[in-house]
Design a protein around this ligand. Sequence first.
Ligand code: FE2
Length: 285
Amino acid sequence: MTINIIDVAYTRLKTPDFAVAADFATRILGLELFDRASDRLTFRSDYRMSTLSYEIGDPFETIVGFELENGEHLQNAANTLQALGYEVRSGTHEEREQRHVSDFITFRDPSGGRVEFAVSPQIGGKSAQLTRDAGITGFSHVGLFSRDPVGDEHFWTQLCNARVSDRVGGLPLMRFSQLHHSIALVPANRCGIQHINHQVQSIDDVLRSYSLLRQHKIPIVFGPGRHPTSGARFVYFEGPDGMVFEYSVGVQEVDEETYRERQFAFEPKSLCMWGALPAMKELSS
Ligand SMILES: [Fe+2]
């Protein structure tokens, strides 16, 4: 039975330094610090109660959470994964509260990255109160490192409902809805989250943030530029512990009836039609 993912829901990162993470996520990225506990920082970016969090720990241990429709779908997903030999664990009461979801399961993708499937991510009565004028409309997609590109693509497209929208060389951009992509699989010698995308309202927001990032000496690792695949205008930059964040605007929506997967050559122009070159080793050709 196919596991029907609705959307990407949250990322959970680890860091050795809360002060640096909190400062970056609010003053630079612009998110709302929603909850500051002794062992956890929780941030809001949109209508959801939590789309990013930091705990103290090893930055290599990232978690990405996806929303499933309901508890029955969650149970079916757990059964499917267990039947295939995946080690699946249900979240505890405390873990569910931390994530602001009613239930979730956790397991590792074929590359070894920690993935969670969750139901009912709570929604705030009021949308996130951004710390600065970043223009963020919400958490939108992730890049995931893949040390097993064949196995990972099979997982997302055969076990789950992802469809490949475009491929840049061996890098598939996959969608769960009409939105061009929710996951980009980046072949690498590691697993976990490669980048975290927030959508912004306009190209002005992308460029306003670009100026701010430069003034704060935040490493810009790609852009400003425009992806020929999704059409999005973007800037990528490096946050604490080497995690890459992206602001983008204008990701196209595809028509499920007529859209056909496209194969782009693995060359810089396939990643940016304006000529920007990525300073991320897995994306440099
Ligand atoms: Fe992206």
